[in-house]
Ligand binder design. Structure first.
Ligand SMILES: NC(=O)C1=CN([C@@H]2O[C@H](COP(=O)(O)OP(=O)(O)OC[C@H]3O[C@@H](n4cnc5c(N)ncnc54)[C@H](O)[C@@H]3O)[C@@H](O)[C@H]2O)C=CC1
Ligand SMILES: O=C(O)C(=O)Cc1ccc(O)cc1
Length: 365
Protein backbone atom coordinates (compact mmCIF):
# COMPACT_ATOMS: atom_id res chain seq x y z
CA UNK A 1 0.00 0.00 0.00
CA UNK A 2 1.53 3.31 -1.04
CA UNK A 3 -1.24 5.84 -0.67
CA UNK A 4 -4.34 5.70 1.54
CA UNK A 5 -7.35 8.03 1.44
CA UNK A 6 -9.59 8.88 4.40
CA UNK A 7 -12.96 10.57 4.01
CA UNK A 8 -14.28 11.94 7.32
CA UNK A 9 -11.34 12.69 9.64
CA UNK A 10 -13.17 12.37 12.98
CA UNK A 11 -12.70 9.92 15.85
CA UNK A 12 -12.48 6.82 13.65
CA UNK A 13 -10.96 8.41 10.51
CA UNK A 14 -8.36 10.25 12.60
CA UNK A 15 -7.54 7.12 14.62
CA UNK A 16 -7.11 5.14 11.38
CA UNK A 17 -4.80 7.81 9.94
CA UNK A 18 -2.69 7.76 13.13
CA UNK A 19 -2.61 3.94 13.28
CA UNK A 20 -1.69 3.61 9.58
CA UNK A 21 1.14 6.10 10.00
CA UNK A 22 2.44 4.73 13.32
CA UNK A 23 2.00 1.00 12.79
CA UNK A 24 1.96 0.32 9.01
CA UNK A 25 4.54 2.85 7.84
CA UNK A 26 2.07 4.36 5.41
CA UNK A 27 3.58 7.70 4.56
CA UNK A 28 1.13 9.06 2.06
CA UNK A 29 -2.31 9.76 3.50
CA UNK A 30 -4.82 12.12 1.89
CA UNK A 31 -7.85 13.16 3.96
CA UNK A 32 -11.12 14.79 2.99
CA UNK A 33 -13.60 16.38 5.40
CA UNK A 34 -16.12 19.21 5.34
CA UNK A 35 -14.46 20.59 8.52
CA UNK A 36 -11.25 22.46 7.81
CA UNK A 37 -10.00 22.56 11.41
CA UNK A 38 -9.48 18.80 11.81
CA UNK A 39 -7.70 18.61 8.44
CA UNK A 40 -5.35 21.48 9.32
CA UNK A 41 -4.55 20.02 12.73
CA UNK A 42 -3.79 16.58 11.25
CA UNK A 43 -1.51 18.12 8.62
CA UNK A 44 0.33 20.14 11.30
CA UNK A 45 0.76 16.98 13.35
CA UNK A 46 2.05 15.20 10.20
CA UNK A 47 -0.65 12.55 10.60
CA UNK A 48 -1.78 13.22 7.02
CA UNK A 49 0.25 14.43 4.04
CA UNK A 50 -2.39 16.41 2.21
CA UNK A 51 -6.06 17.33 2.42
CA UNK A 52 -9.02 18.48 0.39
CA UNK A 53 -12.57 19.56 1.21
CA UNK A 54 -14.04 18.03 -1.96
CA UNK A 55 -13.61 14.64 -3.62
CA UNK A 56 -11.28 15.13 -6.58
CA UNK A 57 -8.14 13.77 -8.29
CA UNK A 58 -6.31 13.71 -4.93
CA UNK A 59 -7.83 10.21 -4.64
CA UNK A 60 -6.78 8.99 -8.12
CA UNK A 61 -3.63 7.18 -7.00
CA UNK A 62 -5.00 5.77 -3.70
CA UNK A 63 -4.62 2.01 -3.20
CA UNK A 64 -7.09 1.98 -0.31
CA UNK A 65 -9.79 4.42 0.79
CA UNK A 66 -11.63 4.35 4.15
CA UNK A 67 -14.97 6.19 4.25
CA UNK A 68 -15.43 7.32 7.86
CA UNK A 69 -18.38 9.72 7.68
CA UNK A 70 -21.74 9.23 9.43
CA UNK A 71 -23.47 6.16 7.96
CA UNK A 72 -26.00 7.97 5.76
CA UNK A 73 -23.22 9.76 3.80
CA UNK A 74 -21.21 6.63 2.95
CA UNK A 75 -22.83 5.51 -0.30
CA UNK A 76 -22.92 9.04 -1.70
CA UNK A 77 -19.14 9.26 -1.19
CA UNK A 78 -18.61 6.01 -3.09
CA UNK A 79 -20.58 7.58 -5.95
CA UNK A 80 -18.48 10.78 -5.80
CA UNK A 81 -15.23 8.77 -5.79
CA UNK A 82 -16.08 6.62 -8.83
CA UNK A 83 -14.91 9.08 -11.54
CA UNK A 84 -11.51 9.46 -9.85
CA UNK A 85 -10.31 6.16 -8.37
CA UNK A 86 -8.30 3.42 -10.09
CA UNK A 87 -9.86 0.00 -10.78
CA UNK A 88 -7.75 -1.89 -8.27
CA UNK A 89 -8.34 0.57 -5.40
CA UNK A 90 -9.91 -1.10 -2.35
CA UNK A 91 -12.86 0.88 -1.06
CA UNK A 92 -14.05 0.27 2.48
CA UNK A 93 -16.01 2.03 5.22
CA UNK A 94 -16.26 1.95 9.01
CA UNK A 95 -20.03 2.45 9.31
CA UNK A 96 -21.88 0.93 12.27
CA UNK A 97 -24.61 -0.59 10.04
CA UNK A 98 -24.08 -2.64 6.92
CA UNK A 99 -27.06 -4.04 4.94
CA UNK A 100 -28.63 -0.71 3.94
CA UNK A 101 -25.28 0.73 2.79
CA UNK A 102 -24.37 -2.42 0.86
CA UNK A 103 -27.76 -2.55 -0.85
CA UNK A 104 -27.36 1.07 -1.99
CA UNK A 105 -23.82 0.28 -3.16
CA UNK A 106 -24.90 -2.76 -5.16
CA UNK A 107 -26.88 -0.38 -7.35
CA UNK A 108 -24.12 2.26 -7.52
CA UNK A 109 -21.35 -0.25 -8.28
CA UNK A 110 -23.31 -2.34 -10.78
CA UNK A 111 -21.39 -2.43 -14.10
CA UNK A 112 -18.14 -1.16 -12.52
CA UNK A 113 -14.97 -3.08 -11.60
CA UNK A 114 -14.74 -1.42 -8.19
CA UNK A 115 -14.79 -3.64 -5.12
CA UNK A 116 -16.23 -2.34 -1.88
CA UNK A 117 -15.62 -4.27 1.34
CA UNK A 118 -17.85 -3.26 4.22
CA UNK A 119 -15.96 -2.74 7.49
CA UNK A 120 -16.78 -1.93 11.11
CA UNK A 121 -14.22 -1.60 13.90
CA UNK A 122 -15.87 -2.72 17.16
CA UNK A 123 -14.14 -0.07 19.17
CA UNK A 124 -14.67 3.61 19.74
CA UNK A 125 -15.79 6.01 22.36
CA UNK A 126 -18.59 8.32 23.39
CA UNK A 127 -16.32 11.18 22.26
CA UNK A 128 -16.41 12.46 18.68
CA UNK A 129 -14.03 14.34 16.41
CA UNK A 130 -10.38 14.26 15.37
CA UNK A 131 -9.34 15.65 18.77
CA UNK A 132 -10.44 12.39 20.44
CA UNK A 133 -8.66 10.13 17.90
CA UNK A 134 -5.92 7.73 19.01
CA UNK A 135 -3.47 5.56 17.07
CA UNK A 136 -3.93 2.69 19.51
CA UNK A 137 -7.76 2.70 19.32
CA UNK A 138 -7.88 -0.54 17.33
CA UNK A 139 -5.49 -2.58 19.48
CA UNK A 140 -7.07 -5.94 20.38
CA UNK A 141 -10.45 -4.86 19.03
CA UNK A 142 -12.54 -6.99 16.70
CA UNK A 143 -12.87 -5.45 13.24
CA UNK A 144 -15.82 -6.85 11.26
CA UNK A 145 -15.59 -7.21 7.47
CA UNK A 146 -18.59 -7.99 5.28
CA UNK A 147 -17.20 -8.89 1.81
CA UNK A 148 -19.66 -9.88 -0.92
CA UNK A 149 -19.40 -13.37 -2.48
CA UNK A 150 -18.06 -11.59 -5.60
CA UNK A 151 -15.24 -9.76 -3.74
CA UNK A 152 -11.86 -11.13 -4.91
CA UNK A 153 -10.12 -13.11 -2.15
CA UNK A 154 -6.85 -11.19 -2.62
CA UNK A 155 -8.59 -7.85 -1.94
CA UNK A 156 -10.08 -9.21 1.30
CA UNK A 157 -6.63 -10.57 2.27
CA UNK A 158 -4.97 -7.18 1.63
CA UNK A 159 -7.52 -5.39 3.81
CA UNK A 160 -7.26 -8.06 6.52
CA UNK A 161 -3.47 -7.57 6.58
CA UNK A 162 -3.89 -3.84 7.15
CA UNK A 163 -6.39 -4.49 9.94
CA UNK A 164 -3.99 -6.90 11.62
CA UNK A 165 -1.16 -4.36 11.29
CA UNK A 166 -3.16 -1.69 13.14
CA UNK A 167 -3.54 -4.19 15.99
CA UNK A 168 -7.14 -5.30 15.37
CA UNK A 169 -8.65 -8.75 14.85
CA UNK A 170 -10.56 -9.22 11.59
CA UNK A 171 -13.84 -11.15 11.69
CA UNK A 172 -15.84 -11.96 8.55
CA UNK A 173 -19.66 -11.75 8.86
CA UNK A 174 -22.54 -11.42 6.43
CA UNK A 175 -24.10 -7.91 6.46
CA UNK A 176 -27.32 -9.44 7.90
CA UNK A 177 -25.52 -11.20 10.77
CA UNK A 178 -23.53 -8.03 11.42
CA UNK A 179 -26.69 -5.95 11.73
CA UNK A 180 -28.42 -8.31 14.17
CA UNK A 181 -25.30 -8.76 16.33
CA UNK A 182 -24.60 -5.03 16.53
CA UNK A 183 -28.28 -4.20 17.13
CA UNK A 184 -28.09 -6.48 20.22
CA UNK A 185 -24.70 -5.58 21.66
CA UNK A 186 -24.36 -1.97 20.58
CA UNK A 187 -27.35 -0.21 18.99
CA UNK A 188 -30.10 -1.14 21.47
CA UNK A 189 -27.76 -0.75 24.49
CA UNK A 190 -27.04 2.82 23.27
CA UNK A 191 -30.77 3.46 22.89
CA UNK A 192 -31.36 2.04 26.38
CA UNK A 193 -28.62 4.23 27.89
CA UNK A 194 -30.25 7.33 26.41
CA UNK A 195 -33.70 6.10 27.52
CA UNK A 196 -32.43 5.74 31.11
CA UNK A 197 -31.02 9.27 31.05
CA UNK A 198 -34.26 10.65 29.58
CA UNK A 199 -36.22 8.70 32.21
CA UNK A 200 -34.28 10.28 35.09
CA UNK A 201 -34.51 13.71 33.45
CA UNK A 202 -38.29 13.56 33.33
CA UNK A 203 -38.85 11.71 36.65
CA UNK A 204 -36.60 14.01 38.67
CA UNK A 205 -38.44 16.41 40.95
CA UNK A 206 -37.84 20.13 41.60
CA UNK A 207 -35.02 19.36 44.05
CA UNK A 208 -33.13 17.44 41.35
CA UNK A 209 -32.11 14.71 43.81
CA UNK A 210 -31.83 12.14 41.03
CA UNK A 211 -29.39 14.31 39.12
CA UNK A 212 -27.42 15.07 42.29
CA UNK A 213 -27.28 11.50 43.55
CA UNK A 214 -26.75 9.63 40.25
CA UNK A 215 -23.58 7.72 41.02
CA UNK A 216 -21.35 4.81 39.99
CA UNK A 217 -23.75 2.28 38.49
CA UNK A 218 -25.96 4.81 36.74
CA UNK A 219 -23.01 6.69 35.33
CA UNK A 220 -21.33 3.45 34.14
CA UNK A 221 -24.38 2.16 32.34
CA UNK A 222 -25.18 5.55 30.74
CA UNK A 223 -21.65 6.64 29.67
CA UNK A 224 -22.51 5.92 26.05
CA UNK A 225 -25.53 8.27 26.21
CA UNK A 226 -22.96 11.06 25.75
CA UNK A 227 -22.22 9.84 22.18
CA UNK A 228 -22.86 11.91 19.07
CA UNK A 229 -26.63 12.32 18.40
CA UNK A 230 -25.91 12.59 14.66
CA UNK A 231 -24.15 9.23 14.61
CA UNK A 232 -26.90 7.43 16.55
CA UNK A 233 -29.65 9.06 14.53
CA UNK A 234 -27.94 7.72 11.38
CA UNK A 235 -27.58 4.24 12.89
CA UNK A 236 -31.27 4.01 13.89
CA UNK A 237 -32.35 5.15 10.42
CA UNK A 238 -30.28 2.43 8.73
CA UNK A 239 -30.82 -0.63 10.95
CA UNK A 240 -34.54 -0.29 11.49
CA UNK A 241 -35.62 -3.94 11.19
CA UNK A 242 -32.99 -5.42 13.52
CA UNK A 243 -33.27 -2.61 16.08
CA UNK A 244 -37.07 -3.08 16.24
CA UNK A 245 -36.67 -6.84 16.65
CA UNK A 246 -34.22 -6.40 19.56
CA UNK A 247 -36.24 -3.60 21.23
CA UNK A 248 -39.37 -5.79 21.13
CA UNK A 249 -37.42 -8.70 22.59
CA UNK A 250 -36.18 -6.45 25.39
CA UNK A 251 -39.70 -5.15 26.06
CA UNK A 252 -40.82 -8.79 26.49
CA UNK A 253 -38.06 -9.37 29.06
CA UNK A 254 -39.03 -6.18 30.95
CA UNK A 255 -42.73 -7.09 30.85
CA UNK A 256 -42.00 -10.53 32.30
CA UNK A 257 -39.85 -9.00 34.99
CA UNK A 258 -42.49 -6.39 35.76
CA UNK A 259 -45.07 -9.14 36.19
CA UNK A 260 -42.69 -11.09 38.47
CA UNK A 261 -42.24 -7.99 40.67
CA UNK A 262 -46.01 -7.38 40.75
CA UNK A 263 -46.62 -11.01 41.81
CA UNK A 264 -43.59 -11.16 44.14
CA UNK A 265 -42.18 -14.21 42.30
CA UNK A 266 -39.14 -14.81 44.51
CA UNK A 267 -37.47 -17.45 42.36
CA UNK A 268 -38.00 -15.61 39.08
CA UNK A 269 -36.48 -12.41 40.44
CA UNK A 270 -33.49 -14.17 41.99
CA UNK A 271 -32.84 -16.19 38.82
CA UNK A 272 -33.15 -13.08 36.64
CA UNK A 273 -30.19 -11.45 38.40
CA UNK A 274 -28.28 -14.68 38.88
CA UNK A 275 -28.42 -15.78 35.26
CA UNK A 276 -27.34 -12.29 34.10
CA UNK A 277 -24.47 -12.32 36.60
CA UNK A 278 -23.28 -15.81 35.55
CA UNK A 279 -23.30 -14.85 31.87
CA UNK A 280 -21.80 -11.37 32.42
CA UNK A 281 -18.97 -12.90 34.45
CA UNK A 282 -17.95 -14.98 31.41
CA UNK A 283 -17.07 -11.76 29.50
CA UNK A 284 -13.39 -11.71 30.29
CA UNK A 285 -11.65 -8.32 30.55
CA UNK A 286 -8.64 -9.85 28.89
CA UNK A 287 -10.33 -10.97 25.72
CA UNK A 288 -11.15 -8.30 23.15
CA UNK A 289 -14.70 -7.20 23.89
CA UNK A 290 -17.12 -5.41 21.64
CA UNK A 291 -15.92 -2.10 22.93
CA UNK A 292 -12.61 -0.55 23.62
CA UNK A 293 -10.38 -2.72 25.75
CA UNK A 294 -9.23 -1.19 29.02
CA UNK A 295 -6.16 -2.06 31.05
CA UNK A 296 -6.87 -1.95 34.72
CA UNK A 297 -5.07 -2.47 38.00
CA UNK A 298 -6.40 -2.54 41.55
CA UNK A 299 -4.19 -1.15 44.34
CA UNK A 300 -4.68 -1.73 48.04
CA UNK A 301 -4.32 1.66 49.73
CA UNK A 302 -4.73 3.02 53.20
CA UNK A 303 -7.71 5.34 53.28
CA UNK A 304 -5.98 8.57 54.28
CA UNK A 305 -5.69 12.03 52.73
CA UNK A 306 -3.07 12.22 49.99
CA UNK A 307 -2.83 8.50 49.24
CA UNK A 308 -4.44 8.78 45.79
CA UNK A 309 -2.43 11.91 44.98
CA UNK A 310 0.89 10.22 45.81
CA UNK A 311 0.16 7.32 43.44
CA UNK A 312 -1.06 9.64 40.67
CA UNK A 313 2.07 11.79 41.06
CA UNK A 314 4.38 8.76 40.99
CA UNK A 315 2.83 7.47 37.77
CA UNK A 316 2.72 10.89 36.11
CA UNK A 317 6.40 11.52 37.01
CA UNK A 318 7.19 8.38 35.01
CA UNK A 319 5.22 9.60 31.98
CA UNK A 320 2.32 7.19 32.51
CA UNK A 321 -1.07 8.44 31.36
CA UNK A 322 -3.98 7.53 33.66
CA UNK A 323 -7.29 7.17 31.83
CA UNK A 324 -9.42 6.92 34.97
CA UNK A 325 -8.76 6.64 38.69
CA UNK A 326 -11.09 6.14 41.66
CA UNK A 327 -11.91 4.25 44.82
CA UNK A 328 -14.14 1.23 44.39
CA UNK A 329 -15.98 -0.55 47.14
CA UNK A 330 -16.78 -4.11 46.18
CA UNK A 331 -17.27 -7.39 47.99
CA UNK A 332 -14.45 -8.86 45.89
CA UNK A 333 -11.98 -6.85 47.98
CA UNK A 334 -12.54 -6.54 51.70
CA UNK A 335 -11.85 -2.82 51.96
CA UNK A 336 -12.10 0.00 49.49
CA UNK A 337 -9.38 -0.24 46.85
CA UNK A 338 -8.03 2.11 44.20
CA UNK A 339 -8.88 1.25 40.62
CA UNK A 340 -6.63 2.72 37.92
CA UNK A 341 -7.40 2.38 34.21
CA UNK A 342 -4.80 2.85 31.48
CA UNK A 343 -5.05 3.17 27.72
CA UNK A 344 -2.53 0.44 26.95
CA UNK A 345 -0.82 -2.65 28.27
CA UNK A 346 2.64 -1.01 28.43
CA UNK A 347 1.36 1.63 30.89
CA UNK A 348 -0.38 -1.08 32.92
CA UNK A 349 2.77 -3.24 33.16
CA UNK A 350 5.06 -0.26 33.94
CA UNK A 351 2.72 0.93 36.72
CA UNK A 352 2.59 -2.52 38.31
CA UNK A 353 6.42 -2.61 38.39
CA UNK A 354 6.71 0.91 39.85
CA UNK A 355 4.03 0.42 42.50
CA UNK A 356 5.35 -2.99 43.54
CA UNK A 357 8.80 -1.44 43.99
CA UNK A 358 7.09 0.97 46.44
CA UNK A 359 5.57 -2.07 48.26
CA UNK A 360 1.98 -1.52 47.15
CA UNK A 361 -0.16 -4.66 46.83
CA UNK A 362 -1.48 -4.87 43.27
CA UNK A 363 -4.20 -6.99 41.74
CA UNK A 364 -3.98 -7.08 37.95
CA UNK A 365 -7.40 -7.42 36.28
N1 LIG B 1 -17.73 6.58 17.42
C1 LIG B 1 -17.54 5.29 17.50
O1 LIG B 1 -17.29 4.80 18.59
C2 LIG B 1 -17.63 4.45 16.27
C3 LIG B 1 -18.13 4.95 15.07
N2 LIG B 1 -18.20 4.15 13.97
C4 LIG B 1 -18.70 4.68 12.70
O2 LIG B 1 -17.66 5.48 12.17
C5 LIG B 1 -18.19 6.56 11.41
C6 LIG B 1 -17.58 7.85 11.90
O3 LIG B 1 -17.87 8.01 13.27
P1 LIG B 1 -16.96 8.89 14.22
O4 LIG B 1 -15.57 8.95 13.71
O5 LIG B 1 -17.22 8.42 15.59
O6 LIG B 1 -17.65 10.30 14.04
P2 LIG B 1 -17.02 11.74 14.18
O7 LIG B 1 -18.15 12.68 14.34
O8 LIG B 1 -15.93 11.76 15.19
O9 LIG B 1 -16.35 11.95 12.74
C7 LIG B 1 -17.07 12.06 11.57
C8 LIG B 1 -16.28 12.96 10.63
O10 LIG B 1 -16.98 13.01 9.38
C9 LIG B 1 -17.06 14.35 8.97
N3 LIG B 1 -18.26 14.50 8.17
C10 LIG B 1 -19.56 14.59 8.57
N4 LIG B 1 -20.36 14.73 7.51
C11 LIG B 1 -19.56 14.71 6.43
C12 LIG B 1 -19.80 14.83 5.03
N5 LIG B 1 -21.02 14.97 4.53
N6 LIG B 1 -18.74 14.79 4.20
C13 LIG B 1 -17.46 14.65 4.68
N7 LIG B 1 -17.18 14.53 5.98
C14 LIG B 1 -18.21 14.57 6.84
C15 LIG B 1 -17.13 15.17 10.24
O11 LIG B 1 -16.70 16.51 10.00
C16 LIG B 1 -16.16 14.40 11.14
O12 LIG B 1 -14.84 14.85 11.00
C17 LIG B 1 -19.71 6.49 11.55
O13 LIG B 1 -20.23 5.90 10.39
C18 LIG B 1 -19.92 5.59 12.76
O14 LIG B 1 -21.12 4.88 12.66
C19 LIG B 1 -17.73 2.87 13.97
C20 LIG B 1 -17.20 2.33 15.12
C21 LIG B 1 -17.14 3.08 16.35
O1 LIG C 1 -17.88 3.80 23.62
C1 LIG C 1 -18.27 2.65 23.45
O2 LIG C 1 -18.12 1.77 24.32
C2 LIG C 1 -18.93 2.29 22.16
O3 LIG C 1 -20.00 1.77 22.17
C3 LIG C 1 -18.18 2.56 20.92
C4 LIG C 1 -18.82 2.13 19.65
C5 LIG C 1 -19.79 2.93 19.05
C6 LIG C 1 -20.33 2.57 17.84
C7 LIG C 1 -19.90 1.43 17.20
O4 LIG C 1 -20.41 1.10 16.00
C8 LIG C 1 -18.94 0.62 17.78
C9 LIG C 1 -18.40 0.97 19.01
Amino acid sequence: MNKVGIIGLGLIGGSLAKALKQKCNINNIIAMDIENSALKKALEEKVINDFTTVVDEHFSDCDLIFICTPVKQISSYVKKLLPFIKDDCILTDVGSTKSVILNELNVILDNTNIHFIGGHPMTGSEKAGYGASKGHLFENAYYILTPQPSTPENKVEQLKNIIVSIGAIPVILSPQDHDLVTASISHVPHILASALVNMVKSLDGKDKYMHKLAAGGFKDITRIASSSPEMWHNICMTNQKEILYVINYLIEILMQFSSAVRNKEDDYIWNFFNSAKQYRDTFSNRSPGPFMKTYEIIVDIIDQPGSIASIATLLSNHGINIKNIGIINSREYENGVLQIIFDDETSQEKSIRLLQEMNYVIYKK
